[in-house]
Design a protein around this ligand. Sequence first.
Ligand code: SAH
Length: 239
Amino acid sequence: MSERFFVASPISGDLAALTGDEARHLVAVMRGKVGDEIVVFDGSGAEFTARVTAVGKHAVELAIGERREISRELDFSFTLAVALPKGERQKWLVEKATELGVTKLVPLLTERGVAQPTAAALERVRRTVIEASKQCGRNRLMEIAPPAVAATEFFDAAPAAATRFIADPSGQSIAEISARDTAEKFAAIGPEGGFAPAELAEAQTAGWQAVSLGSRILRVETAAIALAACMALGRTGGE
Ligand code: SAH
């Protein structure tokens, strides 16, 4: 895959520009110059060939060529809801979730969780999604739900027809659970302190299946990516 760049505003005509971090990446890191051919995407699902026509300090101008509708998405909608860790562990989680094809990441508010991301933190998350998408070839960005979704509300709101797994060390082993072929899938991971009994009870009342990821206690980000990988790759048991 050739070098990919993200264009922040939707591409419609035959001109576009790279700005901010993307312009810096092309100019300072890749030593891009007028005449270079690159691939750009705007997060809407397509990618485009583009030629560099002008290089400025803060912006790079592009002539847009061929539009290609290339989907590297999963064939179902996959929502990953997590009581997010902070800092580097959060960044790692977001990067890997993007690579695995998660459709939407929902930061969960839980009884035992720490405070949820600020606007600045969410902006960093968005940047991580873009970086990971450039690298892995996704032309659609993983959506980040607005913060402050209470876990219990989230459990109630997910449609009953969807596959809904809540990660819980006392649940049934993921290897024993049959994968169902549903158009929507949901996974929920608790905070470092675990889900509170009332949260687990609410999930089970709403029809969520508690799944165990083995006999060791995993960090939040490990649990999230282990479960996301099983579900994204269709590798739950019993198929
Ligand atoms: N102290 C908690 C563990 C929290 S680990 C306890 O003892 O229950 C953080 C989250 O990761 C958990 O809420 C759960 O969603 C998930 N998790 C960690 N290890 C897991 C495992 N072995 N199986 C299933 N989920 C796990």
